[in-house]
Design a protein. Structure first.
Length: 290
């Protein structure tokens, strides 16, 4: 289990760094970019975004290793520490300003992660509940439809925060797939609807998060993605994969999970529309030519 926890920590470092690189790349796109081929093409031509994708891939690979032996709620909560990495880097790279409440939220996440690491038990056998494919397919279709609808609207900070929430939900579905799909049989993987939906949600989450980062502040976007990913992934893991804390550690796990989620929500307050607009304006390279 020690290796799995190390993988979670390094994955969080990769994810936190990647989100800031994605933010810089996304803000070089037109403000009214949509969820279409222009978005994909613009990002594909950005060396920073490609570097971010490499870090995302590495982070997912490490998370995949952890998800084979740890419950989803533990891995997702551990990955929530990427918020702290993104917050610090956003100050250095994007000139963001953190208030004392933001640091309080980051501290809450840190404490929750330590407690959660001590309260989880390894899992070696994962049997998804009946009906799991239907739930995953329904969730994927719903997320995609809502994201497409929001992306068609005006590029406002509030829409950016809603898109960040949908991106987090997509990543939560991806986590469930990594946790439950039987990778020992390649044929079964290729015919498993959960595996296909997980892959689709991974790509959808990346595209939607790029739109969110173009519309709202990086710390707020990261906080909402992390919070939603943690809740959705943990909920699906408990309901569909039988995830449970170690014996006698139920109360500690609930308290730790609540601390992580509360910390993410507190930091999300950083992204109120006025401050998000100020951060976007200060980091947009075209602003200097306005």
């Amino acid at each position: 289990m020690g290796l799995a926890l190390v993988c979670v920590g390094v994955a969080a470092l990769c994810s936190g760094t990647a989100i800031v690189l994605q933010a810089v790349a996304a803000r070089r796109l037109p403000a009214d970019v949509r969820l279409d081929a222009a978005l994909v093409g613009g990002l594909a031509r950005s060396p920073l975004y490609l570097l971010a994708l490499g870090l995302v891939a590495l982070g997912f690979a490490l998370s995949f290793v952890a998800l084979r032996t740890l419950p989803v709620f533990a891995v997702q909560a551990g990955r929530a520490s990427s918020l702290a990495v993104a917050a610090v880097l956003s100050v250095v790279v994007l000139g963001a300003r953190l208030r004392w409440t933001d640091w309080l939220g980051l501290g809450s996440i840190a404490v929750g992660l330590v407690v959660l690491a001590l309260a989880v038990a390894p899992q070696t056998t994962i049997t998804p509940a009946a009906g799991t494919p239907w739930v995953v397919v329904g969730a994927t279709v719903t997320i995609a439809a809502l994201a497409a609808t929001l992306a068609l609207g005006p590029p406002t900070p509030w829409r950016g925060l809603l898109l960040a929430t949908l991106a987090g939900a997509a990543f939560g579905v991806l986590a469930l797939g990594a946790h439950t799909v039987d990778v020992s049989d390649p044929v079964r993987v290729l015919t498993d609807p959960v595996a296909w939906c997980a892959g689709l949600c991974g790509g959808l989450g990346l595209a939607v998060s790029a739109l969110a980062l173009r519309r709202a502040g990086v710390v707020a976007v990261t906080a909402l993605m992390v919070g939603t990913e943690t809740v959705v992934g943990a909920g699906l893991g408990i309901l569909l994969a039988g995830d449970r804390p170690a014996a006698g550690a139920g109360a500690a796990s609930v308290a730790a999970f609540a601390l992580v989620l509360a910390g993410a929500l507190v930091v999300a307050r950083f992204g109120s529309p006025p401050s998000a607009q100020a951060e976007l304006g200060s980091s947009d390279p075209r602003a200097a030519h306005a």
